[in-house]
Write a protein that binds this ligand. Sequence first.
Ligand code: NIG
Ligand code: FE
Length: 410
Amino acid sequence: MHLLITNIHQLLNVRAHTVLLRGKAMTGLPIIENAFMVIHKGRIDAYGSMDALPEKAYDAVYDAGGATVLPAWCDSHTHLVFAKSREQEFVDKLNGLSYADIAAKGGGILHSTAALQVTSESVLFEAAFMRLQGLMHLGTGAIEIKSGYGLTVADELKMLRVIRRLKEVAPMPVKATFLGAHAIPLTYRENKQGYVQLIIQEMLPEIAAENLADYIDVFCEQNFFCVSDTEKILEAADKYGLPAKLHANQLSVSGGVEVGVKYKAVSVDHLEAMNEKAIHALAASDTIGTILPTAAFFLRMQYAPVRKMLQENCALALASDYNPGSSPSGNMNFVVSLACIQNEFLPEEAINAATLNGAYAMGVEKEVGSITIGKKANLIFTKPIPSVAYLPYHFGTPVVDKVMINGNWI
Ligand code: NIG
Ligand code: FE
């Protein structure tokens, strides 16, 4: 079936061929004004200006009525599978408790771990699937999901099996990342190396045998996993062909960026705490820097120095970091707004970062992330908006009117 879509006010991010965008190139957002588009078998079949609309018969016609149409968001960093929200910690923080106080009360990542360990695979799956459907309605059309709240062999496998089920049923591309090195579990408090060895010797082989992960992640941070732990884990993962996506430089200049670059990580994520050396290492590499502004917002922390990184020619993506501790929202529309308001992304740069570069940051760039013939018709239709800049400018009020995934309205 050929569906013709007419009267698109602006068709955004139209590219015959794509490359990863870096530095200045991120400001280029190719647009067709007053456009049409044809969808066939769930994919983009044709597009162009309404003036050049070919006169032929289509099976169906949809009048977009002046909507702006863009590729659905590609959210390349989430912790979508979790057992419970953590709003009590949020209140504790409002009452003046520090991150360390909260951790001492058994809070933080280990709080989520305790809850996840006593929750069944099917309950976790149902909750995560509900979240995924909610995100789809907000315009997300591809997603990466991490483990990392299990922290035992059985519970990390359980999380990754939940993600595998999500891959099977979700209509959008889903990528799985093994984040056993998210925190040191209580049972290994005095024996961090024992836990690193558990990851390397027990978790990784089982995960690889069941083909449960596409990527490996490590929280490379003071009091979590240091550069040398990270190297050991990435070395081991490399033997199973798992590329890295790291949590790096969130709370401190951790060396995470450099170690990610050294191991040819697909992405290093967070980057709130950057120095010249880390920026130069990233800029000189093929590794993508993934910025997570809602985590900095929610934790009231410094924002990643995006202007500096773009001046140095880094390739940047934007993602939600959806998780119950530091970003209890997966709304990519807000991520894009906040990226402009606080990280000083320009609207065009933010849209590229949250679509095409996000797709590259999870290896789905051949399928999604731009308006390109042959790519999946995973699309956002906005309410009528006057300009591209209106999208991040009008924060907090949804501009998404309709979402199409694989050519189907959802
Ligand atoms: O990306 N920084 C580490 N991990 C998460 C937070 C996870 C949590 O608090 O549950 C993050 O911010
Ligand atoms: Fe994260």
